[in-house]
Write a new protein. Structure first.
Length: 353
């Protein structure tokens, strides 16, 4: 309550200053310069600002200024029936109408702003609840899946002589399904942790982070014969773990969706319009343009699991990480010739992340 009272006092004080400025302008333009044109009302902008800030109460400001305007002119010419006085009355009435409209519109905008803030707060709470639910659900679901996998394997080992071919096939489907479900849950858990378990950003050399990502992908790089090159990368204030995941996902996708020839991947970064523009270019199978917007939908897949393994959550994770810094992600690709994934990291966001 104390803060609200102090804010209201500051608001009233500034409005009084605006009214005084308007009175001075009225005196100068109306009395000193003798301006009687309707356009002179535009010089009373401070009163309009007071209306905007004070909402419905602001209607009193143009009413007060209109009275001051009439008084100033009546002092010069007491005849209320003269053409000049009638003209001033019309101008004062116009000022009241303008002030009233502005005050009412300001009130409506203020109400909409409060409603919008309430909606934003509700969305924030809902998003936090969903993230917490995803984390808890993913974490708690792993234990029964481990039990299903373990007991299926024990059943197969202990009773393998008593289980026929169909039974073994059924057990394989149970175990395989549990493993796939476990992978989905782990990815969902990783996705939810991007915001719930994010670390404070610190200055990091992105070249070192990229080298760590390539080390983690050593087996996939060796098996595919991939050639990975990169330009000099900057030092940015970021979450090291999340950027490791970011590079790892992009490079892993470039290796996975390759053609028969060995993958060639190039990573670069350049400063463009006060933001860092990163690109990951490959010579893979490419993507049809009609699928560009769907790539970042969680669990969306362009290919079957038999063709390319995975859960379809890698790119959504990349997008969510980049959005944390106020950046954007997009792709340019030609089917059969390769793809280039881009993402931006605004410099101004890095200072406040």
């Amino acid at each position: 309550m104390k803060f609200k009272f102090e804010d209201e006092r500051i608001r009233v004080f500034i409005i009084i200053i605006l009214i005084i400025i308007s009175c001075i302008l009225i005196y100068y333009f109306e009395i000193v310069l003798g301006t009687t044109l309707l356009i002179a009302l535009f010089f009373y902008l401070p009163s309009i600002l007071a209306c905007i800030w004070w909402n419905k109460k602001g209607i009193t400001v143009p009413c007060f200024l209109s009275v001051i305007l009439i008084i100033f002119h009546l002092i010069q010419d007491p005849n209320i029936f003269s053409p000049v006085t009638i003209n001033n009355l019309l101008r004062a009435f116009s000022l009241i109408i303008v002030g009233t409209v502005v005050a009412l519109l300001s009130e409506q905008l203020s109400n909409r702003e409060y409603e919008l803030n309430d909606i934003i707060e509700d969305l924030k709470r809902s998003n936090e609840d969903l993230q917490q639910f995803a984390y808890v659900a993913s974490h708690d679901l792993q234990e029964p899946l481990r039990a299903i996998t373990s007991f299926s394997q024990l059943l197969e080992e202990k009773y393998q002589d008593k289980i026929d071919k169909d039974g073994k096939e059924f057990l394989y489907f149970i175990t395989d399904g549990a493993k796939k479900m476990n992978n989905l849950i782990k990815d969902l858990l990783l996705y939810s942790r991007i915001t719930t378990h994010a670390q404070p950003p610190t200055p990091n050399n992105l070249e070192i982070i990229l080298k760590d990502a390539l080390f983690n992908l050593h087996e996939a790089i060796k098996e595919s014969g991939a050639t990975i090159t990169y330009d000099k990368l900057p030092i940015l204030t970021v979450d090291k773990t999340q950027f490791l995941q970011l590079f790892q996902n992009f490079v892993s996708n470039a290796i996975k969706f390759r053609r028969e020839e060995p993958p060639k991947i190039h990573i670069r970064a350049e400063l463009v319009n006060n933001e860092w523009l990163f690109s990951i270019k490959d010579n893979g199978i490419g993507i049809e343009s009609k699928y560009f917007d769907r790539l970042y939908n969680i669990f969306y897949r362009l290919h079957t699991k038999e063709e390319y393994p995975g859960t379809g959550i890698g790119l959504p994770i990349c997008k969510k990480i980049v959005q944390r810094y106020g950046g954007k992600v997009w792709v340019e690709s030609e089917l059969g010739k390769g793809s280039t994934f881009y993402f931006t990291i605004p410099i101004k966001k890095l200072k406040t992340s």
